[in-house]
Design a protein around this ligand. Structure first.
Ligand code: NAD
Ligand code: MG
Length: 387
């Protein structure tokens, strides 16, 4: 296949790189941000046609690193879109944040299979993305471990027979902390995950459960199930990634080692299962798996996910944008760990009251507008200390 990877220098990108370096696929484009030397190294190792940095200012450095290799170098937002328009069969969407939307749409528009890691695409623009896939007869394959697990449990099944979908959460860095102590959590404490090795932002989102909140919304969008059919279970071992409950009472669980190369490899090889270099579970050695219901007081982000689904319209875009700004604020030391949820909730409340978020039609323009508005409201609250 001809493949491209958007966000190839990130955590998902590196796992994708690892699988591609063991494969015979032809690599068209690889994209990254400021980590130009790694991007150039990846492009050389995979013999890519093109390397793109998202930042024009980094382009001279990328050009220099690739001089004499025959690999093209480009930079900037428009260059990313142009890269996404190059003919391919399969695209990994692993840019983090709302910036990851455009390459996904471009990939679908050319009929490529979209391996979707970027959560923001479904949370902010789910109905649009699915419609784009239908329009071009293109396929979206989920790469988040939970959604890949649900997708796998659904192979050969009728979605109408599904009663509930359960996605698991490790509970993040603070799952054993007393709730009262959470307000004092520091950035470095929130940046270490007990089971998964991921980028810093998603690791902090795991500690706050904003990550799971996004995944609940993704589940609704991708599989078309109702919010009340989606459950979250805290499962500290991160071995069971999701379970699908059917109307006959059967519960199909997907288990695997916490290694994103599984979900990425499944999307790369689908509908076949190819051998993957991931650890095999030794359940006898593990002995026991644990599950508990999440404490709503401890994880307000989860409650907000259900509110976002209830509101509808562009609430997902407001939720994601406010969350990104709140996360920036936490990382910068401007607000505390628990303040992130407060900022997001306040922005949702204010925008729903003022603009009736639920009545705004989901279009790319309206999503961008809601995104901008939510970012500015969140930033304003943080700057003014109104939390
Ligand atoms: P990361 O921060 O490690 O990497 C992000 C990549 O995107 C890098 O290549 C970076 O250069 C690029 N990038 C960042 N900002 C950009 C911008 N404005 N424009 C263009 N490129 C930009 O992130 P990650 O942990 O690999 O996550 C990527 C996506 O996958 C996220 O949406 C995340 O929620 C999702 N995801 C990640 C994991 C995981 O295990 N890390 C699991 C499931 C889903
Ligand atoms: Mg996940």
């Amino acid at each position: 296949m001809r493949v491209s990877v958007f966000g190839s220098t990130g955590s998902i990108g590196e796992s994708t790189f690892d699988l591609l370096s063991r494969s015979a696929h032809h690599v068209v484009a690889l994209t990254g941000g400021r980590n130009v030397s790694r991007l150039a190294e990846q492009a050389k190792l995979l013999n890519a046609e093109l390397a793109v940095t998202a930042y024009e200012a980094c382009l001279p450095e990328l050009r220099a690193a690739l001089e004499g290799t025959g690999i093209e170098a480009t930079g900037g937002t428009q260059a990313l879109i142009e890269a996404a328009n190059r003919p391919v069969d399969w695209v990994m969407s692993a840019i983090i944040g709302a910036a990851g939307l455009a390459p996904g749409f471009a990939a679908l528009a050319q009929g490529a299979t979209l391996a979707l890691a970027n959560k923001e695409s479904l949370v902010t623009a789910g109905p649009l993305l699915l419609a784009e896939a239908r329009r071009h007869n293109a396929r979206i394959l989920p790469v988040d471990s939970e959604h890949s697990a649900v997708f796998q449990a659904l192979q050969g099944e009728d979605i109408a027979a599904v009663e509930r979908v359960i996605i698991t959460a490790s509970g993040g860095a603070f799952r054993d902390w007393p709730t009262e102590k959470l307000a004092t959590a520091t950035v470095s404490q929130a940046s270490s995950h007990p089971n998964w090795d991921m980028g810093q932002r998603i690791t902090i989102d795991s500690a706050s459960m904003f990550n799971k909140a996004m995944e609940v919304i993704e589940t609704r969008e991708f599989f078309g199930v109702d919010p009340d059919q989606i459950e979250v279970l805290v499962h500290p071992e991160s071995m069971v990634h999701a379970l699908v409950g059917f109307r006959d009472g059967a519960l199909m669980a997907h288990l695997g080692a916490p290694d994103m190369r599984h979900a990425i490899g499944y999307a790369l090889n689908w509908p076949e299962r190819a051998a993957l270099p991931v650890a095999r579970l030794d359940l006898a050695r593990l002995g026991a798996l644990h599950f508990t219901a999440p404490d709503p007081a401890r994880y307000p982000a989860l409650r907000l996910a259900y509110e976002v689904m209830e509101i509808g319209g562009t609430a997902g875009a407001a939720f994601n944008a406010a969350k990104e700004i709140a996360l920036d604020g936490f990382i910068a030391g401007a607000i505390g760990f628990l303040d992130m949820a407060t900022v997001v909730e306040d922005v949702l409340t204010e925008m729903s009251a003022r603009q009736g978020l639920g009545n705004i039609a989901v279009s790319l323009d309206n999503i961008a507008h809601t995104d901008t508005e939510a970012r500015s409201l969140a930033a304003h609250r943080i700057a003014a200390g109104r939390i």
